[in-house]
Design a protein around this ligand. Structure first.
Ligand SMILES: Cc1ncc(COP(=O)(O)O)c(C=O)c1O
Length: 416
Protein backbone atom coordinates (compact mmCIF):
# COMPACT_ATOMS: atom_id res chain seq x y z
CA UNK A 1 0.00 0.00 0.00
CA UNK A 2 1.15 3.54 -0.66
CA UNK A 3 2.24 5.11 2.61
CA UNK A 4 0.41 8.39 2.06
CA UNK A 5 -2.75 6.60 0.92
CA UNK A 6 -2.71 4.72 4.22
CA UNK A 7 -2.33 7.97 6.18
CA UNK A 8 -5.18 9.61 4.37
CA UNK A 9 -7.50 6.67 5.01
CA UNK A 10 -7.21 7.28 8.76
CA UNK A 11 -6.62 10.88 9.77
CA UNK A 12 -6.34 10.13 13.50
CA UNK A 13 -8.67 10.86 16.45
CA UNK A 14 -8.46 14.66 16.02
CA UNK A 15 -7.90 14.84 12.26
CA UNK A 16 -11.06 12.83 11.56
CA UNK A 17 -13.14 15.85 12.65
CA UNK A 18 -11.11 18.32 10.57
CA UNK A 19 -13.84 18.90 7.97
CA UNK A 20 -16.28 20.20 10.57
CA UNK A 21 -13.81 21.64 13.04
CA UNK A 22 -10.93 23.33 11.24
CA UNK A 23 -10.82 27.08 11.76
CA UNK A 24 -13.51 26.94 14.43
CA UNK A 25 -12.83 24.31 17.09
CA UNK A 26 -9.36 23.45 15.88
CA UNK A 27 -6.81 25.97 14.67
CA UNK A 28 -9.13 28.89 15.55
CA UNK A 29 -7.66 32.38 15.15
CA UNK A 30 -7.85 34.58 18.22
CA UNK A 31 -7.01 38.03 16.99
CA UNK A 32 -5.94 41.28 18.62
CA UNK A 33 -3.66 41.93 21.56
CA UNK A 34 -3.30 39.17 24.18
CA UNK A 35 -6.03 40.04 26.69
CA UNK A 36 -9.17 38.54 28.21
CA UNK A 37 -11.19 40.15 25.39
CA UNK A 38 -9.99 39.20 21.93
CA UNK A 39 -11.64 38.74 18.53
CA UNK A 40 -12.80 35.45 17.13
CA UNK A 41 -14.27 35.48 13.59
CA UNK A 42 -14.87 39.21 13.82
CA UNK A 43 -16.66 39.12 17.20
CA UNK A 44 -15.36 40.00 20.64
CA UNK A 45 -14.96 37.00 22.94
CA UNK A 46 -14.00 36.66 26.58
CA UNK A 47 -11.14 34.15 26.45
CA UNK A 48 -10.27 31.54 29.07
CA UNK A 49 -7.80 29.53 27.02
CA UNK A 50 -4.51 31.36 27.33
CA UNK A 51 -1.85 30.19 29.79
CA UNK A 52 -0.89 33.83 30.33
CA UNK A 53 -1.35 33.22 34.08
CA UNK A 54 0.31 36.37 35.39
CA UNK A 55 -0.90 38.62 32.60
CA UNK A 56 2.68 39.36 31.51
CA UNK A 57 2.08 38.51 27.83
CA UNK A 58 0.97 41.98 26.91
CA UNK A 59 2.23 44.00 29.86
CA UNK A 60 3.53 47.37 28.58
CA UNK A 61 6.87 47.03 30.45
CA UNK A 62 7.42 43.59 28.94
CA UNK A 63 6.43 44.76 25.46
CA UNK A 64 8.86 47.64 25.73
CA UNK A 65 11.80 45.41 26.71
CA UNK A 66 10.89 42.87 23.99
CA UNK A 67 10.77 45.60 21.34
CA UNK A 68 14.01 47.21 22.50
CA UNK A 69 15.80 43.85 22.52
CA UNK A 70 14.55 43.13 19.00
CA UNK A 71 15.75 46.57 17.86
CA UNK A 72 19.15 46.16 19.55
CA UNK A 73 19.91 42.59 18.58
CA UNK A 74 17.57 41.41 15.81
CA UNK A 75 16.37 37.81 15.76
CA UNK A 76 19.56 36.14 14.57
CA UNK A 77 22.19 36.70 17.24
CA UNK A 78 23.74 34.55 18.58
CA UNK A 79 24.23 32.18 15.66
CA UNK A 80 24.80 28.48 16.15
CA UNK A 81 24.37 26.08 19.05
CA UNK A 82 25.53 27.39 22.42
CA UNK A 83 28.31 24.81 22.55
CA UNK A 84 29.80 26.00 19.26
CA UNK A 85 29.19 29.72 18.70
CA UNK A 86 25.81 30.61 20.21
CA UNK A 87 26.60 31.37 23.84
CA UNK A 88 26.33 34.81 25.53
CA UNK A 89 26.62 36.19 29.06
CA UNK A 90 22.89 36.96 28.90
CA UNK A 91 22.07 33.27 28.41
CA UNK A 92 24.27 32.41 31.40
CA UNK A 93 22.79 35.22 33.51
CA UNK A 94 19.24 34.05 32.77
CA UNK A 95 19.95 30.45 33.71
CA UNK A 96 21.61 31.49 36.96
CA UNK A 97 18.77 33.84 37.88
CA UNK A 98 16.20 31.12 37.15
CA UNK A 99 18.14 28.62 39.26
CA UNK A 100 18.42 31.09 42.15
CA UNK A 101 14.69 31.77 41.96
CA UNK A 102 13.80 28.08 42.27
CA UNK A 103 16.45 27.54 44.97
CA UNK A 104 18.75 25.34 42.96
CA UNK A 105 22.48 25.96 42.58
CA UNK A 106 22.56 25.78 38.78
CA UNK A 107 20.34 26.03 35.73
CA UNK A 108 20.36 25.31 32.04
CA UNK A 109 18.39 27.12 29.38
CA UNK A 110 16.42 25.08 26.82
CA UNK A 111 15.06 26.24 23.49
CA UNK A 112 11.61 24.69 23.92
CA UNK A 113 9.84 22.90 26.72
CA UNK A 114 8.59 19.91 24.78
CA UNK A 115 11.92 19.16 23.12
CA UNK A 116 13.72 20.02 26.34
CA UNK A 117 11.92 17.45 28.49
CA UNK A 118 12.32 14.80 25.80
CA UNK A 119 16.00 15.48 25.57
CA UNK A 120 16.64 15.65 29.34
CA UNK A 121 15.08 12.20 29.70
CA UNK A 122 17.09 10.92 26.75
CA UNK A 123 20.33 12.28 28.23
CA UNK A 124 19.96 11.02 31.79
CA UNK A 125 18.96 7.39 31.24
CA UNK A 126 20.51 4.54 29.27
CA UNK A 127 19.34 0.98 28.63
CA UNK A 128 20.41 -0.21 32.09
CA UNK A 129 18.25 2.39 33.85
CA UNK A 130 14.54 2.21 34.69
CA UNK A 131 12.02 5.05 34.36
CA UNK A 132 8.98 5.12 36.67
CA UNK A 133 6.41 7.76 35.71
CA UNK A 134 2.90 9.01 36.51
CA UNK A 135 0.26 7.79 34.05
CA UNK A 136 -1.17 11.27 33.47
CA UNK A 137 2.12 12.90 32.49
CA UNK A 138 2.20 15.35 29.58
CA UNK A 139 2.96 14.16 26.04
CA UNK A 140 6.53 15.49 26.21
CA UNK A 141 7.28 13.13 29.11
CA UNK A 142 5.53 10.22 27.43
CA UNK A 143 7.53 10.85 24.26
CA UNK A 144 10.77 11.14 26.27
CA UNK A 145 9.94 7.80 27.87
CA UNK A 146 9.30 6.35 24.40
CA UNK A 147 12.90 7.17 23.45
CA UNK A 148 14.19 5.15 26.40
CA UNK A 149 15.83 1.83 25.44
CA UNK A 150 15.49 0.29 28.92
CA UNK A 151 12.49 -0.66 31.05
CA UNK A 152 9.78 1.79 32.03
CA UNK A 153 7.06 1.31 34.65
CA UNK A 154 4.00 3.49 35.00
CA UNK A 155 1.98 4.15 38.16
CA UNK A 156 -1.66 5.32 38.21
CA UNK A 157 -1.89 9.07 38.76
CA UNK A 158 -0.54 10.01 42.22
CA UNK A 159 -0.94 6.41 43.47
CA UNK A 160 1.93 6.17 45.94
CA UNK A 161 1.22 2.55 46.89
CA UNK A 162 1.58 1.56 43.26
CA UNK A 163 4.66 3.77 42.87
CA UNK A 164 6.29 1.90 45.78
CA UNK A 165 5.58 -1.43 44.04
CA UNK A 166 7.03 -0.11 40.78
CA UNK A 167 10.11 1.12 42.65
CA UNK A 168 10.59 -2.34 44.15
CA UNK A 169 10.34 -3.90 40.68
CA UNK A 170 12.73 -1.28 39.32
CA UNK A 171 15.21 -1.94 42.14
CA UNK A 172 15.24 -5.68 41.40
CA UNK A 173 15.96 -4.95 37.77
CA UNK A 174 18.63 -2.34 38.34
CA UNK A 175 20.40 -4.64 40.77
CA UNK A 176 20.86 -6.98 37.79
CA UNK A 177 21.70 -4.32 35.21
CA UNK A 178 23.75 -2.01 37.43
CA UNK A 179 21.56 0.95 36.38
CA UNK A 180 19.68 3.64 38.29
CA UNK A 181 16.05 4.79 38.60
CA UNK A 182 14.44 8.00 37.33
CA UNK A 183 10.98 8.93 38.66
CA UNK A 184 9.05 11.51 36.62
CA UNK A 185 5.96 13.47 37.54
CA UNK A 186 4.48 16.94 37.16
CA UNK A 187 3.98 19.81 39.58
CA UNK A 188 0.53 20.83 38.33
CA UNK A 189 -1.31 18.45 36.01
CA UNK A 190 -2.54 20.62 33.16
CA UNK A 191 -5.87 18.90 32.49
CA UNK A 192 -7.19 18.42 36.02
CA UNK A 193 -5.24 21.14 37.84
CA UNK A 194 -4.36 18.84 40.69
CA UNK A 195 -0.86 18.71 42.11
CA UNK A 196 1.62 15.89 41.69
CA UNK A 197 2.20 14.15 45.04
CA UNK A 198 5.78 15.39 44.99
CA UNK A 199 6.12 15.60 48.78
CA UNK A 200 5.05 11.97 49.14
CA UNK A 201 7.35 10.91 46.33
CA UNK A 202 10.27 12.77 47.89
CA UNK A 203 9.53 11.03 51.23
CA UNK A 204 10.08 7.66 49.48
CA UNK A 205 13.72 8.61 49.00
CA UNK A 206 14.40 7.45 52.57
CA UNK A 207 13.55 3.87 51.51
CA UNK A 208 14.42 3.84 47.80
CA UNK A 209 17.28 5.10 45.70
CA UNK A 210 15.97 7.14 42.77
CA UNK A 211 16.25 10.58 41.19
CA UNK A 212 13.22 12.79 40.63
CA UNK A 213 12.43 14.91 37.56
CA UNK A 214 9.46 17.29 37.93
CA UNK A 215 7.83 19.12 35.00
CA UNK A 216 6.39 22.23 36.64
CA UNK A 217 5.15 23.97 33.48
CA UNK A 218 1.90 25.13 35.12
CA UNK A 219 3.31 25.57 38.64
CA UNK A 220 6.18 27.95 37.92
CA UNK A 221 5.01 31.50 38.71
CA UNK A 222 1.62 30.36 40.01
CA UNK A 223 2.35 28.07 42.97
CA UNK A 224 4.35 28.52 46.17
CA UNK A 225 4.82 31.51 48.40
CA UNK A 226 7.15 33.30 46.01
CA UNK A 227 5.86 31.70 42.80
CA UNK A 228 8.87 29.36 42.65
CA UNK A 229 6.52 26.47 41.91
CA UNK A 230 4.93 23.34 43.25
CA UNK A 231 8.02 22.16 45.13
CA UNK A 232 7.90 25.41 47.10
CA UNK A 233 4.14 25.00 47.61
CA UNK A 234 4.57 21.48 49.00
CA UNK A 235 7.80 22.29 50.88
CA UNK A 236 9.85 19.68 49.08
CA UNK A 237 11.85 21.64 46.51
CA UNK A 238 15.12 20.18 47.86
CA UNK A 239 13.98 16.66 47.02
CA UNK A 240 13.46 17.51 43.31
CA UNK A 241 16.67 16.54 41.54
CA UNK A 242 15.82 18.07 38.17
CA UNK A 243 13.29 20.91 38.19
CA UNK A 244 11.83 21.84 34.79
CA UNK A 245 9.62 24.65 33.57
CA UNK A 246 8.71 26.14 30.23
CA UNK A 247 8.46 29.88 29.50
CA UNK A 248 5.24 29.19 27.55
CA UNK A 249 2.89 29.83 30.48
CA UNK A 250 3.56 32.25 33.39
CA UNK A 251 6.50 33.73 31.49
CA UNK A 252 4.32 34.22 28.38
CA UNK A 253 7.16 33.65 25.93
CA UNK A 254 9.05 30.73 24.44
CA UNK A 255 11.95 28.73 25.84
CA UNK A 256 12.36 26.64 28.99
CA UNK A 257 14.89 25.67 31.65
CA UNK A 258 16.01 22.96 34.02
CA UNK A 259 17.66 23.50 37.39
CA UNK A 260 19.52 21.22 39.77
CA UNK A 261 23.03 20.45 40.97
CA UNK A 262 25.95 22.08 39.10
CA UNK A 263 27.35 18.64 38.25
CA UNK A 264 24.10 17.44 36.64
CA UNK A 265 23.52 20.74 34.82
CA UNK A 266 27.06 20.41 33.44
CA UNK A 267 26.34 16.84 32.39
CA UNK A 268 23.18 17.97 30.59
CA UNK A 269 25.00 20.88 28.94
CA UNK A 270 27.40 18.42 27.32
CA UNK A 271 24.91 15.64 26.63
CA UNK A 272 21.52 17.05 25.67
CA UNK A 273 21.10 16.45 21.98
CA UNK A 274 18.30 19.03 21.59
CA UNK A 275 20.70 21.73 22.73
CA UNK A 276 23.96 20.52 21.21
CA UNK A 277 22.47 20.13 17.76
CA UNK A 278 20.18 23.19 17.66
CA UNK A 279 20.59 26.94 17.42
CA UNK A 280 20.56 28.83 20.69
CA UNK A 281 17.65 31.09 21.78
CA UNK A 282 17.85 34.52 20.09
CA UNK A 283 18.56 37.57 22.27
CA UNK A 284 15.04 39.08 22.39
CA UNK A 285 13.82 35.83 23.96
CA UNK A 286 16.61 35.81 26.52
CA UNK A 287 16.35 39.50 27.41
CA UNK A 288 12.55 39.27 27.37
CA UNK A 289 12.73 36.28 29.75
CA UNK A 290 15.05 38.20 32.12
CA UNK A 291 12.46 40.99 32.25
CA UNK A 292 9.56 38.59 32.87
CA UNK A 293 11.48 36.79 35.59
CA UNK A 294 12.26 40.11 37.23
CA UNK A 295 8.58 41.09 37.24
CA UNK A 296 7.42 37.70 38.47
CA UNK A 297 10.02 37.70 41.26
CA UNK A 298 9.83 41.30 42.38
CA UNK A 299 6.14 42.03 42.05
CA UNK A 300 3.82 39.63 43.91
CA UNK A 301 0.76 41.62 42.81
CA UNK A 302 0.56 39.60 39.57
CA UNK A 303 0.30 36.30 41.44
CA UNK A 304 -2.01 37.79 44.08
CA UNK A 305 -4.36 39.07 41.39
CA UNK A 306 -4.28 35.71 39.62
CA UNK A 307 -5.35 33.96 42.83
CA UNK A 308 -8.15 36.48 43.46
CA UNK A 309 -9.58 35.53 40.08
CA UNK A 310 -8.92 31.81 40.62
CA UNK A 311 -10.77 31.77 43.93
CA UNK A 312 -13.70 33.79 42.62
CA UNK A 313 -14.05 31.54 39.58
CA UNK A 314 -13.63 28.22 41.38
CA UNK A 315 -15.79 29.10 44.39
CA UNK A 316 -18.40 30.71 42.15
CA UNK A 317 -18.64 27.61 39.95
CA UNK A 318 -18.82 25.28 42.95
CA UNK A 319 -21.53 27.38 44.59
CA UNK A 320 -23.62 26.94 41.44
CA UNK A 321 -23.22 23.17 41.63
CA UNK A 322 -20.54 22.71 38.97
CA UNK A 323 -18.11 19.81 39.28
CA UNK A 324 -14.59 21.24 39.00
CA UNK A 325 -12.83 18.01 39.90
CA UNK A 326 -9.87 18.05 42.27
CA UNK A 327 -8.04 21.15 41.15
CA UNK A 328 -5.60 22.73 43.60
CA UNK A 329 -4.19 25.24 41.11
CA UNK A 330 -5.45 27.92 38.71
CA UNK A 331 -6.35 25.29 36.07
CA UNK A 332 -10.15 25.02 36.30
CA UNK A 333 -11.84 22.06 34.62
CA UNK A 334 -15.62 22.12 34.46
CA UNK A 335 -16.81 18.54 34.10
CA UNK A 336 -20.05 17.91 32.18
CA UNK A 337 -21.71 14.86 30.66
CA UNK A 338 -22.38 14.70 26.94
CA UNK A 339 -21.23 13.46 23.56
CA UNK A 340 -18.52 14.94 21.36
CA UNK A 341 -21.30 16.43 19.21
CA UNK A 342 -22.94 18.06 22.23
CA UNK A 343 -19.54 19.43 23.26
CA UNK A 344 -19.22 21.05 19.84
CA UNK A 345 -22.74 22.51 19.97
CA UNK A 346 -22.35 23.94 23.46
CA UNK A 347 -18.90 25.40 22.66
CA UNK A 348 -20.42 27.04 19.59
CA UNK A 349 -23.31 28.40 21.67
CA UNK A 350 -20.83 29.78 24.23
CA UNK A 351 -18.86 31.54 21.52
CA UNK A 352 -21.74 32.78 19.34
CA UNK A 353 -24.40 33.67 21.89
CA UNK A 354 -22.53 34.29 25.13
CA UNK A 355 -19.24 35.61 23.69
CA UNK A 356 -17.16 33.17 25.73
CA UNK A 357 -14.19 31.31 24.29
CA UNK A 358 -12.81 28.30 26.14
CA UNK A 359 -11.35 24.95 25.22
CA UNK A 360 -13.41 21.77 25.37
CA UNK A 361 -11.58 18.56 26.17
CA UNK A 362 -13.35 15.58 24.63
CA UNK A 363 -12.95 11.88 23.88
CA UNK A 364 -10.31 10.39 23.36
CA UNK A 365 -8.50 12.73 25.79
CA UNK A 366 -11.22 12.05 28.40
CA UNK A 367 -13.54 8.98 28.53
CA UNK A 368 -16.54 8.81 26.14
CA UNK A 369 -19.52 10.73 27.50
CA UNK A 370 -17.41 13.27 29.41
CA UNK A 371 -16.87 16.88 28.37
CA UNK A 372 -14.38 19.08 30.19
CA UNK A 373 -14.51 22.81 29.60
CA UNK A 374 -11.08 23.93 30.69
CA UNK A 375 -10.79 27.47 32.01
CA UNK A 376 -7.46 29.20 32.59
CA UNK A 377 -7.94 32.24 34.81
CA UNK A 378 -5.27 34.92 34.61
CA UNK A 379 -4.24 38.06 36.44
CA UNK A 380 -5.71 40.10 33.57
CA UNK A 381 -9.25 38.84 34.08
CA UNK A 382 -11.69 40.87 36.20
CA UNK A 383 -14.32 39.82 38.72
CA UNK A 384 -16.94 40.96 36.18
CA UNK A 385 -15.45 38.52 33.66
CA UNK A 386 -15.87 35.78 36.26
CA UNK A 387 -19.51 36.68 36.99
CA UNK A 388 -20.35 36.85 33.26
CA UNK A 389 -18.78 33.44 32.68
CA UNK A 390 -20.52 31.70 35.56
CA UNK A 391 -23.89 33.04 34.38
CA UNK A 392 -23.20 31.76 30.85
CA UNK A 393 -22.12 28.37 32.19
CA UNK A 394 -25.37 28.04 34.14
CA UNK A 395 -27.32 28.76 30.97
CA UNK A 396 -25.46 26.24 28.80
CA UNK A 397 -25.59 23.56 31.49
CA UNK A 398 -29.37 23.91 31.58
CA UNK A 399 -29.55 23.46 27.80
CA UNK A 400 -27.17 20.48 27.90
CA UNK A 401 -29.19 18.72 30.60
CA UNK A 402 -32.44 19.23 28.72
CA UNK A 403 -30.92 17.72 25.56
CA UNK A 404 -31.14 20.91 23.45
CA UNK A 405 -27.66 20.52 21.97
CA UNK A 406 -28.37 17.04 20.55
CA UNK A 407 -30.57 18.64 17.87
CA UNK A 408 -28.02 21.22 16.72
CA UNK A 409 -26.62 20.86 13.21
CA UNK A 410 -23.02 20.87 14.43
CA UNK A 411 -23.76 18.09 16.97
CA UNK A 412 -25.24 15.96 14.19
CA UNK A 413 -22.22 16.69 11.95
CA UNK A 414 -19.83 15.39 14.64
CA UNK A 415 -21.83 12.19 15.02
CA UNK A 416 -22.49 10.18 18.21
C1 LIG B 1 3.32 20.06 31.33
C2 LIG B 1 3.96 20.62 30.10
N1 LIG B 1 5.25 20.33 29.84
C3 LIG B 1 5.86 20.81 28.74
C4 LIG B 1 5.20 21.61 27.83
C5 LIG B 1 5.90 22.04 26.57
O1 LIG B 1 6.42 23.31 26.67
P1 LIG B 1 6.69 24.19 25.36
O2 LIG B 1 5.40 24.78 24.94
O3 LIG B 1 7.71 25.19 25.83
O4 LIG B 1 7.28 23.28 24.31
C6 LIG B 1 3.87 21.95 28.07
C7 LIG B 1 3.11 22.84 27.14
O5 LIG B 1 3.44 23.92 26.82
C8 LIG B 1 3.24 21.45 29.24
O6 LIG B 1 1.95 21.74 29.51
Amino acid sequence: MDLFEKLLSNQGPLGKHSDVSEGYFMFPKLEGQIAPRMEFMGKEVLTWSLNNYLGLGNHPDVREVDAQAAADWGLAYPMGARMMSGNTSYHEQLEQELADFVSKPAGLLLNYGYQGVLSVIDAVVDRKDVIVYDAECHACIIDGVRLHMGKRFVFPHNDITSLKKQLERAEKLTQETGGGILVITEGVFGMTGNLGAINEIVALKSEHNFRLLVDDAHGFGTMGKTGAGTGEELHCQDGIDIYFSTFAKSMAAIGAFVAGSPEIMKFLKYNMRSQIFAKSLPMPFVIGALKRLDMLRENPSHKNKLWTIVRALQEGLKSKGFDIGTTQSPVTPVVLNGTVGEAAALSKDLRENFGIFCSAVIYPVVPKGMIILRLIPTASHSLDDVAETIAAFEAIKGKLVSGDYKKEEVAIAFGE
